[in-house]
Design a protein around this ligand. Structure first.
Ligand code: UDP
Length: 238
C-alpha cells in the first residue's frame, strides 16, 4: 500500500478503503522542533496502546473522532481527514512554553483552562496565533473555531477526570482536528493522544510521566509511558 505521509513519529498509509488510512506509530522521538532526536524501543507500541485506549474512551462518551479500530500493535485505522493547520493546546497547570513566555513558575494551577493555538508550520516553528490570525490566514472559519474550542474544552474535562482516576494530573496537551473527507462539514478529533503530546504528572509525587523525560534527559522514558498505560488499563478495569 502507498505511503502518503511520513511525519516525525508516524506514517500514514492508504488502505483498500478510500475513506480510511492506516496510521503507523514509529519508535522515533523528536523535541524542540526536530532539533533533538532519538529512537525508543516499544515507543510505537506504547503510544498506539495509550492513544487507542483514549480514543475508544472518547468515542464511548460521545466525542466524534477519526478513530476506526486498532489494526495491530503499531497500527490503527482512521478516517481520512483534512487536518486543520492549527494545533490546539489546552493548559490546566503552568508548564513548558507558557512558563517561558510569561516567567510564571511551573506547577501553578489555573482557575480555568487556557486554550491556545499555534500555526502548524515546522518552517516557522509552530508560532502562537489567535482567533483573529486564524480567520485572516483562512485556516478555519469563526464558526469552526467556536466548535474546535468548545470540543477541546469538553475533551479536557473528560480526559482530566479519566487521568485523575488513573492517578495522573493532565497538566497540558495538544489536540488536532480535521474535516472528514467523506463529509467536510464534520470536524472531528484527529492525530494521536499519548504522552508525546500531553504533560502528565503523578498526582501524589508530581513526577513527570511524559515526553518531558526525553526533552529534559530525565531518563526512564519508556518506563514512564509503560506506567501510564498500566494505570489507564487499571482505571478501565476498575
Ligand atoms: N505539544 C505537542 N506538539 C507541539 C507542541 C506542544 O504535542 O508541537 C504538547 C506538549 O507535549 C505539551 C503541550 O502541547 O503537552 C504544551 O506544550 P508547550 O506549548 O508548553 O510547548 P513545549 O514545552 O513542548 O515546547
Amino acid at each position: 500500500m502507498q505511503l502518503i505521509y511520513e511525519g516525525k513519529a508516524k506514517r500514514l498509509w492508504e488502505t483498500d478503503d478510500d475513506s480510511t488510512l492506516r496510521m503507523e506509530f514509529k519508535n522515533d522521538a523528536t523535541a524542540f522542533n526536530g532539533e533533538k532526536k532519538a529512537s525508543f524501543e516499544n515507543k510505537g507500541r506504547l503510544n498506539n496502546a495509550i492513544s487507542t485506549l483514549i480514543y475508544e474512551y472518547l468515542e464511548k462518551v460521545g466525542v466524534p473522532t477519526h478513530f476506526v479500530r486498532q489494526i495491530d500493535e503499531t497500527n490503527v485505522e482512521v478516517k481520512r481527514v483534512r487536518i486543520l493547520m492549527v494545533e490546539v493546546i489546552v493548559r490546566n497547570v503552568s508548564a513548558g512554553s507558557f512558563c517561558k513566555r510569561t516567567g510564571m513558575k511551573e506547577g501553578v494551577a489555573f482557575s480555568l483552562p487556557i486554550v491556545e493555538y499555534s500555526y502548524k508550520s515546522d518552517a516557522l516553528g509552530d508560532p502562537l496565533i489567535n482567533d483573529d490570525y486564524i480567520r485572516e490566514m483562512g485556516l478555519a472559519s469563526v464558526e469552526d473555531m467556536a466548535f474546535v474550542r468548545e470540543s477541546a474544552l469538553k475533551v479536557n474535562g473528560i480526559l482530566s477526570g479519566f487521568f485523575s482516576e488513573a492517578g495522573l494530573k493532565l497538566v497540558d496537551f495538544k489536540l488536532e482536528f480535521g474535516r472528514l473527507v467523506s463529509d467536510p462539514a464534520q470536524i472531528v478529533l484527529a492525530d494521536e493522544i499519548s504522552p508525546d503530546g500531553c504533560r502528565l504528572w503523578d498526582l501524589k509525587t508530581g513526577e513527570k510521566m511524559d515526553k518531558d523525560r526525553f526533552r529534559r534527559d530525565l531518563g526512564n522514558v519508556m518506563e514512564a509511558y509503560e506506567e501510564v498505560l498500566a494505570r489507564l488499563k487499571a482505571r478501565l478495569d476498575a
